[in-house]
Design a protein around this ligand. Structure first.
Ligand code: ADP
Ligand code: MG
Ligand code: MG
Length: 883
């Protein structure tokens, strides 16, 4: 078995297609080597070794030692240096790298191979003792952190002490002698904290680091990240061992990160940041302010620090060439790491870049125009849920704003919430339903759960590629990074801003598109969708087979639905209208009436209100199908709650309070969700469904006549369990239709259908289909009834199920395909056996979930219906299901 894959000098054992085995980083390094890019030589230990390691209580496959030794010898040859040699030492990095990118979640060790002897060799060889001891210091610190579990701050404190005693402010002012002294303190600290010495043997260093990287796959923050991003826990990480190149060898050396296009706007320019005389993660760590790569973006962001294009024009030119090469090769925006060692450029990483959704759309469109990708590829490029970002509100340009500080526009969108200073607080308040803004000096991977819980993030340090910026963009959270005017005091839970002081709990607004941090709550407005969005969506619409409808109850919903591309209303819930101002009394009378006469008189007052609502909806929908669900919720929900409402109803109807109270007691239910609701109400009080049907059809007729356009109304019977229910209710509906419309169907086309939301209905679908023209799967109730799981209470314990791995995803978010999905499949098949032209729709919350939409496509449904804001997600997901 091949456990190890080498790369370097224009060759590689692996390539980009071997991500599962080599991880993203290893596959990228191999591919760049083959492309002839300057990649320091190295090798990848496969993810299979990680799996082996985890299964065999932290041991390696026996053959691994030999393979690693051979691969290491090959690096030695290419670098003309020897691992552990005291005159000409080879140093390597030990880098994690999973199949899916998990930025900053796992560990990496740099400058490995240094000890008290080899550091002398490095010093002589480079002619720069300061550089050599800087590498040694960094290595000890990283090794101690990653392998021995001694946190960074222990060492930061030592650095600070030394600087203080020496009266120095910058790290770069520390001389070789100072560093040497610091290293001795580092070693004592390790002895003190770990009870053992820092290991001098390079082989021990190497194997301990490899094991530590494998273990880092299972650290809590990596686990959280995988959970949030649906990455399976059994994938494992690869380990990359690679010859070191040094960006900290003086002023002709540098390190940086680069994107082949601007990840915030999508603009086609080399975008990124670098630091002169620095190493590894200095750029993202936010210790020094990074500089821009291109003059253009330096100017755009009004930075006075010179760009790489100015300080190292030749390196910039080479990066430009590589940018073009990589984009043509991968056909996707790339995110790269590079290092310049004494005027020579090295590439250390490339991967598909994360960017904002609007940038992704622009890049996809531009790449189609540039001939790099096809329209179908462009459609596949965009993650459906990421479209949520575009629908984020923006600050109302007319709203008054008081700027407290300015930072970098790290992730677009406006957010408003109360100030919190730790990830824990953020999570706690968010769970309590509060909106919070997480404010930090900088964020680290430990903070991701808090960033996720927050509406937005503000940091006082770090650049556009800092941890906060990258993670926020990926999550779609608005973020302002590096707002350096702000001074946070964690001890006092305060932050000092331009005009004063904010405390935890104060309101704050941020605009991640401009980098402004604003006082209080600032009004927001709905965003405008770009031409790029429209283009990609039109390509999606051209390939998808599913029709996308919206769940919309009001005029506002309907307008939004059309704007976002809905082809009709798949679910209009009539009861929402009942709760409107001034109506509830009549509705309560209708429900609590003791005689049919009383009920009819109440219904007479409700009818015109309902009709009015439907008139408005039919007008807005301009002939598109509107699917109306007859009254569904438990009658229990309409009963007056508490004494005040009972008295109010008594006064309004001139009934004795006592009588109302008795009625309430009589109608109250122990288990209303399985009680007097849905078509059961239609069976017991046919007058109610008759009134609703009349309201729908009269409205349809009115609009059709007024506008000279055929109106299409689908009437849907909810909570059906058996054929008989449908039969009697269909007769009732047809009877009313006969009265309102006669035999003429030219003006109004109406159909009668049923919701399928009970397991019995799904199983009896063959019979039910005899009575209906369409099914609509109400997957919220179907999930609830199939799993015997109350959707209102399940969140409390489902969390534990997810944590323990009993459930991969919340079944109320993404269809439980094995159970609920199977019921849908059976119902679809049995229904169509009876009636081949049976129209099949899904109208639960799942209609806006990409995986569920794909499922609907696969089982052959005709349409899905979801809330208006998720219509674009459904359109895109439906297209991707085809491609
Ligand atoms: P991450 O996945 O967290 O980005 P990496 O393995 O990419 O971790 O490494 C962290 C940093 O160290 C990156 O900036 C990378 O460029 C740098 N680095 C890694 N290996 C080397 C090397 N062989 N020479 C120089 N710098 C390196
Ligand atoms: Mg890292
Ligand atoms: Mg990296």
């Amino acid at each position: 078995k091949q456990w190890v894959y080498s790369f370097g000098s224009g060759k590689a054992d692996g390539n980009a297609s071997m991500r599962s085995l080599l991880g993203g980083k290893g596959a990228g390094l191999a591919e760049m080597s083959v492309l002839g890019l300057p990649v320091p030589p190295g090798f990848t230990i496969t993810t299979e070794v990680c799996t082996y390691f985890n299964k065999n209580s932290g041991t390696f496959p026996p053959a691994l030692i030999v393979h690693v030794t051979e691969a290491l010898q090959s690096i030695e040859k290419q670098m003309s240096a020897v691992f552990g040699d005291s005159s000409c030492p080879l140093l390597v990095s030990v880098r994690s790298g999973a199949r899916a990118s998990m930025p900053g979640m796992m560990d990496t060790v740099l400058n490995l191979g240094l000890n008290d002897k080899t550091v002398e060799g490095l010093s002589n060889q480079s002619g720069d003792p300061r550089f050599a001891y800087d590498c040694y210091r960094r290595f000890i610190q990283m090794f101690a952190d990653v392998v021995m579990g001694i946190e960074h701050h222990n060492f930061e404190e030592i650095i600070e002490e030394h600087k203080k005693t020496l009266g120095i402010t910058l790290d770069t002012e520390l001389s070789a002698t100072h560093l040497k002294a610091m290293i001795e303190d580092y070693k004592s600290k390790i002895q003190e904290k770990a009870g053992k010495q820092f290991p001098q043997d390079p082989n021990t260093q190497l194997w301990d680091s490899i094991a530590a990287v494998f273990r880092s796959w299972s650290n809590p923050r990596a686990k959280t990240y995988r959970k949030l991003n649906n990455i399976p826990h059994d994938w494992g990480t690869a380990v990359n061992i690679q010859a070191m190149v040094y960006g900290n060898m003086g002023d002709d050396s540098a390190t940086g990160v680069a994107f082949t296009r601007d990840p915030s706007t999508g603009e086609n320019i080399l975008y990124g940041e670098y630091l002169i005389n620095a190493q590894g993660e200095d750029v993202v760590a936010g210790i020094r302010t990074p500089q821009h790569l291109s003059i253009r973006s330096r100017q755009a962001q009004q930075s006075t620090l010179p760009a790489l294009e100015e300080t190292m024009p030749e390196m910039f030119r080479q990066l430009e060439t590589i940018r073009g090469k990589l984009e043509r090769h991968f056909g996707d925006m790339q995110d790269m790491e590079f290092t310049v060692q004494r005027g020579i450029l090295y590439m250390l990483q490339t991967r598909a870049g994360k960017c904002t959704t609007s940038a992704a759309l622009k890049i996809a469109c531009d790449m189609v125009s540039e001939g790099l990708i096809t329209q179908d590829e462009a459609v596949l490029r965009i993650k459906p849920v990421s479209l949520n970002q575009l629908l984020h509100p923006m600050l109302d340009p007319k709203a008054k704003r008081q700027i407290l500080a300015r930072g970098l526009p790290a992730s677009p969108g406006a957010a408003c919430g109360r100030v919190v200073f730790t990830a824990e607080e953020a999570e706690r308040h968010a769970l309590a339903g509060e909106k919070v803004i997480l404010c930090r000096g900088e964020t680290s991977p430990e903070d991701i759960h808090g960033m996720h819980a927050a509406e937005g993030i503000v940091t006082t340090q770090g650049g556009m590629t800092s941890h906060a910026a990258v993670v926020a963009r990926g999550m779609g959270r608005p973020c302002v990074a590096g707002a350096s005017e702000i001074v946070i005091s964690y001890e006092e839970s305060t932050m000092r801003v331009r005009n004063g002081l904010l405390r935890a709990g104060d309101w704050l607004t941020l605009d991640g598109g401009t980098g402004e941090v604003l006082a209080g709550k600032v009004a927001t407005i709905e965003p405008k969708l770009s031409g790029d969005f429209a283009r990609v969506m039109s390509w999606a619409d051209a390939v998808r087979k599913l029709k996308i409808m919206a769940n919309a109850d009001t005029a506002v919903d309907c307008r939004k639905a059309i704007e976002l591309g809905a082809e009709g209303v798949g679910l209009c819930r009539t009861e929402h209208m009942f709760f409107q101002e001034g109506r509830i009394v009549a509705v309560r009378e209708m429900i609590m009436a003791k005689t049919k006469e009383e009920r009819l008189s109440a219904l007479e007052r409700v009818l015109p209100m309902q009709r009015g609502d439907f008139v408005e909806i039919f007008k807005i929908m301009e002939g598109r199908t509107v699917t109306i669900r007859l009254l569904d919720p438990p009658l229990h929900e309409f009963l007056p709650h508490g004494e005040a409402e009972i008295v109010e109803l008594a006064n309004a109807t001139g009934t004795a309070v006592e009588t109302i109270r008795e009625q309430v007691l009589k109608q109250a239910e122990v288990n209303p969700m399985l009680g007097h609701r849905g078509c059961r109400v239609g069976v017991t009080y046919p007058e109610i469904y008759a009134m609703q049907t009349r309201a729908v059809l009269e409205a349809a007729l009115e609009v059709s006549r007024a506008e000279g356009r055929r109106v299409s109304a689908d009437i849907m019977i909810p909570f059906v369990a058996m054929e008989g229910e449908v039969r009697v209710l269909r007769e009732l509906i047809n009877g009313v239709a006969q009265e309102v419309l006669g035999d003429d169907e030219t003006e109004v086309a109406y159909r009668v259908g049923t919701m399928i939301e009970l397991p019995r209905a799904a199983l009896a679908a063959g019979k039910i289909a005899r009575e209906t023209s369409f099914f609509s799967f109400g997957t919220n109730d179907l999930t609830q009834t199939a799993l015997g799981l109350s959707r209102d209470d399940a969140a409390r314990f489902l969390k534990v199920y997810e944590e323990r791995g009993l459930l991969e995803r919340d079944p109320f978010v993404s269809i439980d395909q094995e159970g609920v999905g199977e019921l849908i499949r059976i119902a679809a098949q049995r229904g169509r056996e009876t009636r081949p032209d049976l129209d099949l729709c899904l109208c639960g919350e799942h209609g806006g979930d990409a995986d569920s939409v794909e499922f609907c496509h696969k089982v052959g449904l005709d349409s899905v219906s979801c809330s208006p804001y998720r219509v674009p997600i459904a359109r895109l997901a439906a297209a991707q299901a085809v491609l």
